[in-house]
Design a protein around this ligand. Structure first.
Ligand code: C2O
Ligand code: CU
Length: 437
C-alpha cells in the first residue's frame, strides 16, 4: 500500500488561479455575469505531464468562501478541496495553495466544491498527458460540455413535489421525480449552439477528443456526424478501444475518443440533454479542404451506443481481486417530507453516518436506485472497478438500477462519495468515506 503523501518536492508546474466574477458571452447576443477562474469560462486548461508535481495557488476574489476539487485525481487528502471535510473553505480575499503529483495520466477537470458554485461556472479542464499513450493520434481537442444557467443557482424551494414550477425558478417535477434548473441552453467549451466552436482537422489525421461532462444536472448523449468514434479512455483511464457512434455520460464522467478524419466536409458534434429539452450543444469538425462553406451536417440517430459492459480497462486495479473485506449496501432515494432532499440509505448529508473503512481493505459498494432518475455517483481519492472498467464516476440508472463498485483503500483520509448532480449533492446525496485504524 502506497498512500499518497503530501508533496514536498519543488513543483514542475506552478499556476495561480483567481476565482472571481466576470462576464461571459456564450453567443454574440447573449451575455451574463458568471463566476470563473482567471476571467475565463471554462477556466484555463491546466496541462501537465504524468507524474509532474502541480502547484496551484487559488485566490478567492468572490464575496463568499470557495475551494477547488481536482476531480478524479487521487490526491493526498489535505488538498482534495472539500470544505469542512478536507480543508477549511477559503475566505474572500484569501489564498490557498494546492500541491500534488499529477498521476495517473488522464482527462480530468477541476471545479469549486462549495455549494452550487459549479453551476455558476467555476470549472476548468485538467489534462495529465501520458508518457506513452496506448493509442496513436495526431492532434487533440478538449470538449467541455455544460448546462447554461444565467444567474444565481438555487436549490428547489418548493420541494419539487408540486409539479407546478412555482418557487425558486425551477421547472416543475412530478411526485418523486425531479426538477431541472431553468437552463437556457447547453454549452460546448462555453458556447451555445448558435455560436459553436470549430475544431479544424486535416484529412488523414487521427483526432483525439477529450470529452468532459462538467454539467451540474445534465446527462449528455454525444454523437459526431459522419464519423465513428473509437472510445479509448473512460474517466481518464485507458480501455481497449471500442468503436461506437455515440455514448451517454453523466455529470463528472469523461470519455476520450479517437476519430479518423477520412470524410471531408463540415460535421457537427452534437450533445443532447437526456433529461432536458434545450437545443443540442454543438461544435463543428471542419476539414481544411472544406473551406468553411456549406452548412455542417447533423448526426443521424444513434444505432451503436457505448454501454458500460463494452469497457475493458487495459490494466487491472490492484487490491480488488477476490471477495471484499467490507461491503456496503446503499439505497439511493428521494427524501420524504416537504423539503427537497436526496438520501443515501435514508440519510441526508451532512446529517449522515460516515462509511468507515480500514487501510488496505478491498471495499465494495452496492447501490440500488429507488428513484426514477439517474445518479452519477463519484468517489473522491480513489478509482474503482465497475464491471471491467476502472472509473471514478458511474451512473446508477433509475427505477431500481443497481451498480456495484470495488475499490482498494489505499489513500487514507476522509473522502466524499456523492451524486455528481450538484442539486442532489446539495440536497444530501453524499457520505464521507472515513478511514479508521
Ligand atoms: Cu467533481 Cu465531489 O466532485
Ligand atoms: Cu443524484
Amino acid at each position: 500500500m502506497t498512500p499518497r503523501s503530501t508533496v514536498t518536492s519543488n513543483p514542475d508546474k506552478s499556476r495561480s488561479l483567481t476565482a472571481g466574477p466576470g462576464t461571459i458571452q456564450p453567443a454574440p447576443d447573449t451575455s451574463t455575469t458568471n463566476w470563473m477562474y482567471e476571467g475565463q469560462f471554462p477556466g484555463p486548461e491546466l496541462r501537465v505531464q504524468e507524474g509532474d508535481v502541480l502547484s496551484v495557488e487559488l485566490t478567492n476574489d468572490l464575496q463568499e468562501e470557495t475551494t477547488i476539487h481536482w476531480h478524479g485525481i487521487p490526491v493526498p487528502n489535505p488538498v482534495d478541496g472539500v470544505p469542512n471535510v478536507t480543508q477549511d473553505p477559503i475566505a474572500p480575499g484569501d489564498t490557498f495553495t494546492y500541491t500534488f503529483r499529477a498521476e495517473p495520466a488522464g482527462t480530468y477537470f477541476y471545479h469549486s466544491h462549495v455549494g452550487l458554485q459549479l453551476d455558476r461556472g467555476l470549472l476548468g479542464p485538467l489534462i495529465v498527458e501520458e508518457r506513452e499513450p496506448h493509442v496513436e493520434y495526431d492532434r487533440e481537442y478538449v470538449v467541455v460540455l455544460d448546462d447554461y444557467l444565467p444567474g444565481d443557482p438555487r436549490p428547489p424551494s418548493d420541494g419539487g413535489r408540486g409539479g407546478s414550477g412555482r418557487g425558486g425558478g425551477m421547472g416543475g417535477g412530478g411526485m418523486m421525480g425531479d426538477v431541472r434548473p431553468p437552463y437556457e441552453g447547453l454549452l460546448i467549451n462555453g458556447r451555445l449552439p448558435e455560436n459553436p466552436p470549430t475544431f479544424d482537422v486535416t484529412e488523414g489525421e487521427r483526432v483525439r477528443f477529450r470529452f468532459v461532462n462538467a454539467a451540474s444536472a445534465t446527462v449528455f448523449g454525444v454523437r459526431i456526424a459522419g464519423h465513428e468514434m473509437t472510445v479509448t479512455h473512460t474517466d481518464g483511464q485507458p480501455v481497449n478501444p471500442v468503436d461506437v457512434d455515440s455514448f451517454v455520460f453523466g455529470a463528472g464522467e469523461r470519455y476520450d475518443a479517437v476519430v479518423e478524419a477520412e470524410n471531408p466536409g463540415r460535421w457537427f458534434i452534437q450533445a443532447d440533454a437526456l433529461d432536458g429539452n434545450e437545443p443540442s450543444a454543438r461544435a463543428v469538425v471542419e476539414y481544411e479542404s472544406a473551406g468553411g462553406s456549406g452548412a455542417p451536417q447533423s448526426p443521424s440517430s444513434p444505432s451503436n451506443r457505448l454501454q458500460y459492459g463494452d469497457l475493458r480497462a487495459i490494466s487491472s486495479l490492484d487490491g480488488v481481486s477476490g471477495s471484499p473485506d467490507r461491503t456496503f449496501d446503499l439505497t439511493l432515494s428521494r427524501g420524504g417530507g416537504q423539503s427537497y432532499t436526496w438520501t443515501i440509505d435514508g440519510q441526508a448529508y451532512p446529517d449522515a453516518d460516515p462509511l468507515q473503512i480500514r487501510p488496505g481493505e478491498h471495499v465494495r459498494i452496492r447501490m440500488t436506485n429507488q428513484s426514477p432518475v439517474v445518479h452519477p455517483m463519484h468517489l473522491h481519492g480513489h478509482f474503482f472497478r465497475v464491471g471491467n472498467a476502472i472509473k471514478d464516476t458511474v451512473m446508477v440508472p433509475g427505477h431500481r438500477g443497481r451498480v456495484t463498485l470495488d475499490f482498494h483503500a489505499d489513500n487514507p483520509g476522509r473522502w466524499l462519495f456523492h451524486c455528481h448532480n450538484l442539486y442532489h449533492l446539495d440536497a444530501g446525496m453524499a457520505r464521507v468515506v472515513k478511514y479508521v485504524e
